[in-house]
Design a protein around this ligand. Sequence first.
Ligand code: NDP
Ligand SMILES: CC(C)=CCC[C@@H](C)[C@H]1CC[C@H]2C3=C(CC[C@]12C)[C@@]1(C)CCC(=O)[C@@H](C)[C@@H]1CC3
Length: 334
Amino acid sequence: MEKVVLVTGANSGIGLALCERLLTEDSQLLLCLACRNMKRAEDARSALLTSHINAHIDLLHLDVGSVQSVLAAAQELKARYNRIDFLYLNAGIMPNPQVDVKALFKGLFSRNVINMFATAEGLLTQQDRLNSDGLQEVFATNLFGHFLLIRELEPLLCPGGQTSRIVWTSSSNARRSAFSIEDIQHRNGMEPYSSSKYASDMLSLALNRHKNSQGLFSSVICPGLVMTNLTYGILPSFFWTLIMPIMWLIRIFTNTFTLTPYNGAEALHWLFVQNSESLDPRAKYHSLTSGLGKNYTQPQQMDIDEQMSEILYSKLLELEKVVRKKQSEGNVDK
Ligand SMILES: NC(=O)C1=CN([C@@H]2O[C@H](COP(=O)(O)OP(=O)(O)OC[C@H]3O[C@@H](n4cnc5c(N)ncnc54)[C@H](OP(=O)(O)O)[C@@H]3O)[C@@H](O)[C@H]2O)C=CC1
Ligand SMILES: CC(C)=CCC[C@@H](C)[C@H]1CC[C@H]2C3=C(CC[C@]12C)[C@@]1(C)CCC(=O)[C@@H](C)[C@@H]1CC3
């Protein structure tokens, strides 16, 4: 039976590279590209079809940052498919990033330099805003929209007698100290990206606890530092051009500088070919590239508190109720 695979944020960067790799791995795949911009989705589909002429590629309009769009997309998916084998939750944003140049230079001459290049700890802040649903945009896009999608797709993800898999594109930038259980949307801080990725790590653990018995397994990965639209948005383009040779040089010494989307998608692809029983729910699977350019995947234990992940899960369920109520009231008003 052909596998049904859905990828969010599939039209560029790591998501698009993943699609390319999945089609090479399994030509029978039924691949669905879930994107917020249909022109970009069409272009991605055409690009994939040039190297995989007979591939079965569907498109779906999905803005994960919008409650209404997630609910409509889920309805459409339930009409189209009777199960989903793999759900890759890859769409993500890092709006208005600011690099702390002083901390960068200080870090360059410290013993922490390798960790700084791997995680950007202490280097990055972002300016977030409220979206039209009244949610913080980074939280809504990177975490909550995906949570709502999972909840809506439960009938397709837990069909009974079969296993399904969820894979989150998280980050090594996910940090416990950037997250507060009192402020899960990160309304009050300057590191919404780090907070949202830490929340996705915790949610994955909670999902495993609640859903493994129904055949649903969740994992998280970090693609390493990859040059994509997201990273190009962090510094002016002339600066990237200037430091690109340095980046490739650093790559010889740090395996986390995967740099290309193909390399960054390594752990996502690796998980596709693993059995669900062999997965560790507490591990983050890292895409790594050696100095000689060899790709591999390595698990690393996550710094997660079981109890806090359970509280986060309950808070997300509560928020789900609130947004659903708001949504149905909005529909009645129309
Ligand atoms: N690049 C890196 O070094 C790292 C990236 N990551 C994570 O990898 C994932 C992919 O990012 P990357 O490939 O780097 O960057 P890209 O910007 O190339 O890809 C992000 C994708 O997400 C889509 N997207 C953004 N917002 C929404 C939305 N509201 N609804 C639907 N789709 C949306 C984008 O669509 P559109 O083209 O329309 O904007 C795009 O297809 C992200 O989750 C990111 O956090 C993690 C660690 C490191
Ligand atoms: C090479 C020199 C001299 C400067 C570049 C410095 C930073 C711009 C760069 C250092 C570490 C990078 C990094 C990311 C972005 C760019 C850096 C801050 C990420 C935060 C990108 C998104 C992620 O999710 C992380 C895993 C990356 C971690 C490292």
